[in-house]
Design a binder for this molecule. Sequence first.
Ligand code: ZN
Length: 150
Amino acid sequence: MARQPEHLRIGAHFQAADFGTPAEWAQHVLIHPRLGELSGKVFLKDLLGLTGMEVSLGALPPGASMPFLHAHKQNEELYLVVSGEGELQVDGEILPLKAGSALRVAPAGVRCWRALGTEPMTYLVVQAKVGSLEQHTGGDGIVSAVPVRW
Ligand code: ZN
């Protein structure tokens, strides 16, 4: 049975949901418009109301590959591997992946990835419009004058 996000809470300035531990991400099922059911993939944008990025959580069993190559019209992607190992190919160039690997792929990069080794590869993909980031890190943060209390 497909896993559903839990504990969706919505506040004035937040939306929160629990998608399970990385070991549970394989239970998510995405209904893809052309490919049908894809196990081990869930997109967060609509569930969390994201407006400047798309984020997905993914899990691939060892030896499995995404079933298609793809590029993007205007979004760059960050691939961040949480656990396991594998490979990502971009324009035919093959790059190794392991826990902690972070890769940025430009919109035009034609890409695919697969899991290798003996355990599932879990990963995050963050997608945002290329060139859209105007402020970041400390340049966008505002330290509140209210002291921290828990
Ligand atoms: Zn993509």
